[in-house]
Design a protein around this ligand. Structure first.
Ligand code: KIV
Length: 271
């Protein structure tokens, strides 16, 4: 696949045009310079510096422990690896739920200290005031509805959300409110494909799905899951494109063997 070098930078406007043109949007998470550089050069449209860093980078069970300072460290590393794609950073748990002033303060820190292009936050009506305040400061906001992992202790499980009518109705209402407030896109996580289709068709802004079926305007996967670095997480929605766990294990075992057998370094690998 060749990367279209004509498209200089992906902006939030590019994403709107892609939705209008029926072109699907590709999004992947990244948390460091080296992977961000590979994904950007491969032609990805969006890198999300997700608070899933709390799970896959720091080994926490949930996304709740990651701090704003830690997100800023990951995001600034990612931004240094990127020339072309849009970089969106998650506002972590505790950095915006207090009030809209706190939400704006956290956003300003992210924008000033990382060089990222937009932020994402979880929730609908409950965070609307913060969404409006951030957007009025000039920062683009991506919404996130359905399974919102920062609320895991409220939900109790990571199962599919909005299967019942009342929750589906609230999600549809929240999606419209986020669009009216000025969000440029919304992540729909782990909801029925039929609901995601209805929401995607009702909005003018793009929806980016994870476990939300093929009718979303784009898709996002966590890099550790799709590259097979993380082998324990195998939900139905996940397509694993590589088995890095196996490949890395083999490579490291070969290295260990070569060191033990005195095969590394050889004469050409020394000064
Ligand atoms: O933190 C994250 O990686 C996310 C995606 C799963 C959408 O929010």
């Amino acid at each position: 696949m060749s990367v279209n070098k004509e498209v200089k930078k992906i902006t939030t406007n590019t994403l709107l045009k892609m939705k209008s043109a029926g072109e699907k949007i590709s999004m992947i998470t990244a948390y460091d310079f080296s992977f961000a550089k590979i994904f950007d050069a491969a032609g990805i449209d969006i890198i999300l510096v997700g608070d899933s860093a709390s799970n896959v980078m720091a080994g926490h069970e949930t996304t709740l422990p990651i701090t704003l300072d830690q997100m800023i460290y990951h995001a600034s590393s990612v931004v240094r690896g990127v020339d072309r794609c849009l970089v969106i950073v998650d506002l972590p748990f505790g950095a915006y739920q207090g009030n809209s002033k706190e939400a704006l303060h956290s956003t300003i820190r992210i924008m000033k200290e990382t060089g990222a292009h937009a932020i994402k936050l979880e929730g609908g009506e409950e965070v609307l005031e913060s969404v409006k305040r951030i957007i009025s400061s000039g920062v683009p906001v991506m919404g996130h509805l359905g399974l919102t992992p920062q609320s895991i202790y409220k939900f109790g499980t990571y199962t599919v959300r909005a299967k019942e009518e009342a929750e589906a109705d609230k999600l549809k209402k929240d999606a419209l409110l986020l669009q009216e407030a000025g969000c440029f896109a919304i992540v729909l996580e782990k909801i029925p494909a039929s609901l995601a289709k209805e929401v995607s068709e009702s909005l003018t802004i793009p929806t980016i799905g994870i476990g939300a079926g093929k009718h979303c305007d784009g898709q996002v996967l966590v890099m550790h899951d799709m590259l097979g670095i993380n082998t324990e997480f195998k939900p139905r929605f996940l397509r694993q494109y590589l088995n890095m766990h196996q490949q890395i294990t083999g490579a490291v075992q070969n290295y260990i063997k070569d060191v033990k057998n005195k095969n590394f370094p050889n004469e050409n690998e020394q000064y």
